[in-house]
Design a protein around this ligand. Structure first.
Ligand SMILES: *[C@@H]1O[C@H](CO)[C@@H](O)[C@H](O)[C@H]1NC(C)=O
Ligand SMILES: *[C@@H]1O[C@H](CO)[C@@H](O)[C@H](O)[C@H]1NC(C)=O
Ligand SMILES: *[C@@H]1O[C@H](CO)[C@@H](O)[C@H](O)[C@H]1NC(C)=O
Ligand SMILES: *[C@@H]1O[C@H](CO)[C@@H](O)[C@H](O)[C@H]1NC(C)=O
Ligand SMILES: *[C@@H]1O[C@H](CO)[C@@H](O)[C@H](O)[C@H]1NC(C)=O
Ligand SMILES: *[C@@H]1O[C@H](CO)[C@@H](O)[C@H](O)[C@H]1NC(C)=O
Ligand SMILES: *[C@@H]1O[C@H](CO)[C@@H](O)[C@H](O)[C@H]1NC(C)=O
Ligand SMILES: *[C@@H]1O[C@H](CO)[C@@H](O)[C@H](O)[C@H]1NC(C)=O
Ligand SMILES: *[C@@H]1O[C@H](CO)[C@@H](O)[C@H](O)[C@H]1NC(C)=O
Length: 441
């Protein structure tokens, strides 16, 4: 499949410098909030400060959420400063400039993010950074910016890539059920090194501009998974989008999970696949879908960027966003690898299926093995987690009844004690059961 070709290429590329910073920024998945999924273009300082204050008062800062990120539409639309050439913050939306907002965010002990595009305009048509990367990076640094989300709109025609890498959600056309692209020339020769593509170069120019600043700015690539970014993202940014945009509905969330499940070899400390920002609290998800969305974004070590109006967040959703077991897995300092499927469940292993992604997942952490089981169906179904199938578990003794482990339910925090053989539970449509599995007993 296309995806395995990309990952094979990753394995043979010379080891490259990831964005390893002395202050540790970017080592773990970023935790924070962004304005886009809640407010799209309607961003202003009031909304940013409301989010920042809610991050404090809801206890989200206490559990690690620290970035408050301004997305598109923050500047004057049709001009830069005619003397300095800098992007000018919209004085109506940000009366004290972005610097003024940044000072207020920093005073709360939080960090601030901004947004631009590796093109001539942002996606909403505001000034963007291609050709003026150094100036914009220096401007962002002078304002006190800590995070840049760098989008992919309005790419000039002379920067087009020689080849088109299929993104398996059909962003660049249809895909077969096995995830490959049907049109032969949407893929490059198998030996092609995508780090030499114009797309990779556009994103490297901004990386270099950010690294030249006397300030750590986390670099979040938003190029929609194109140009086989998992093969060069680690040497370019701290995280990289792997798909087109998320929408607040279960079919899209399941589709993205399916795609990302084939790309997880690229994830470790300092470099993270980004399956896009969280939709928890938006659209028409059920409680079960909200829960599964968060569980799998945390388990795959994705950036966890909340995208809803926090002053209207229901208590049960806040509980999901603050789940101590999932956040501990996401932010684990010893194990950098994400959870991965150990069994597809509905489908044979390694089947590419947007509606029925892999259902049985596990990953190692300091506190034990996180095990998740998802019901991808529209009806209630049983999910059975059999210890002998789960990688990395080491039973105290084998044999009949000997396969037993200390188990904690990640949703209720209930200590289930020493559980023999398996957990077998009825799971609601689109819900996920999850357990932290500890020592053999
Ligand atoms: C993927 O499916 C297509 C269409 O069925 C087929 O032509 C192609 O050979 C398959 N590729 C792989 C790698 O299985
Ligand atoms: C530069 O911009 C200022 C206001 O921002 C305006 O008053 C002035 O006329 C502009 N100068 C030129 C040469 O466009
Ligand atoms: C595209 O044109 C711009 C402006 O002339 C130039 O700076 C840039 O290097 C060109 N890009 C490529 C990939 O040649
Ligand atoms: C391959 O790309 C070329 C140039 O873009 C186009 O003319 C041709 O129709 C494409 N072939 C297929 C099978 O899509
Ligand atoms: C970089 O910033 C630090 C702290 O803000 C400052 O002490 C130092 O002088 C700066 N270095 C340069 C080369 O500007
Ligand atoms: C990305 O680079 C960092 C730092 O060199 C390294 O620790 C990590 O393992 C790399 N990620 C992958 C998937 O190789
Ligand atoms: C789940 O999130 C949706 C928005 O995505 C929200 O409307 C709904 O109230 C949430 N479900 C529950 C039970 O809280
Ligand atoms: C499940 O529900 C979705 C959304 O209503 C629908 O598109 C899909 O066909 C259903 N799948 C099954 C297997 O019933
Ligand atoms: C799991 O539980 C269901 C419902 O009680 C039962 O039908 C099924 O046989 C159980 N599975 C196993 C392997 O015991």
């Amino acid at each position: 499949m296309l995806v395995s070709i990309a990952l094979t290429a990753l394995a043979v590329l010379p080891s490259t410098n990831a964005l390893v910073r002395e202050d540790g920024v970017g080592k773990l998945p970023a935790l924070g909030w962004n304005s886009w999924n809640a407010f799209s273009c309607g961003v202003d300082e009031d909304k940013i400060m409301t989010a920042a204050n809610e991050i404090i008062s809801l206890g989200l800062k206490d559990v690690g959420y620290n970035y408050v990120n301004i997305d598109d539409c923050w500047s004057i639309k049709n001009a830069r400063d005619n003397v300095t050439g800098q992007i000018v913050p919209d004085p109506t939306k940000f009366p004290d400039g972005i610097k003024g907002t940044a000072d207020k965010i920093h005073a709360l002990g939080l960090k601030i993010g901004i947004y631009s595009s590796a093109g001539t305009e942002t996606c909403a048509g505001y000034p963007a950074s291609i050709g003026v990367e150094e100036l914009d990076a220096a401007t962002f640094a002078s304002w006190g910016i800590d995070y840049l989300k760098y989008d992919n709109c309005y790419v000039p025609s002379n920067w087009t890539d020689q080849y088109v890498a299929c993104v398996p959600d059909g962003t660049n056309g249809q895909v077969f059920a096995n995830g490959t692209c049907p049109i032969a020339n949407t893929t490059a020769p198998a030996t092609y090194d995508w780090s030499t593509s114009n797309t990779a170069e556009r994103y490297r120019i901004m990386r270099n501009a950010l690294l030249a600043q006397n300030r750590t700015i986390l670099y979040s690539l938003c190029e929609w998974g194109q140009a086989a970014v998992p093969t060069w993202g680690n040497s370019t940014g701290n995280s990289w989008r792997v798909t087109g945009d998320i929408t607040p509905d279960w079919p899209r969330i399941a589709q993205i999970l399916n795609e990302n499940s084939f790309l997880l070899n690229a994830v470790d400390f300092w470099g993270h696949n980004d399956p896009d920002m969280l939709e928890i609290g938006n659209g028409a998800l059920t409680l079960e879908e909200n829960r599964s969305h968060f569980a799998f974004w945390a388990a795959t070590k994705s950036p966890l960027i909340i995208g809803t109006a926090l002053d209207a967040l229901p208590a049960d959703l806040l509980d999901i966003l603050k789940n101590e077991y999932l956040l501990a897995f996401s932010q684990d300092g010893t194990f950098g690898k994400p959870a991965e499927p150990y069994k597809w469940g509905t489908n044979p292993d390694w089947t590419f299926d947007a509606e029925h992604p892999a259902e049985y997942w596990s990953g190692q952490s300091e506190k034990g093995t996180l095990v998740l089981a998802l019901n991808t169906w529209n009806v209630t179904a049983n999910r059975e987690i059999v210890w002998s199938e789960v990688p990395h578990l080491e039973p105290k003794r084998r044999g009949r009844g000997g396969d037993a482990f200390q188990v904690t339910d990640i949703w209720t925090g209930e200590d289930l004690g020493c559980v023999q053989y398996a957990v077998n539970k009825s799971v609601n449509s689109h819900d996920t059961i999850g357990f932290l599995v500890g020592d053999g007993c």
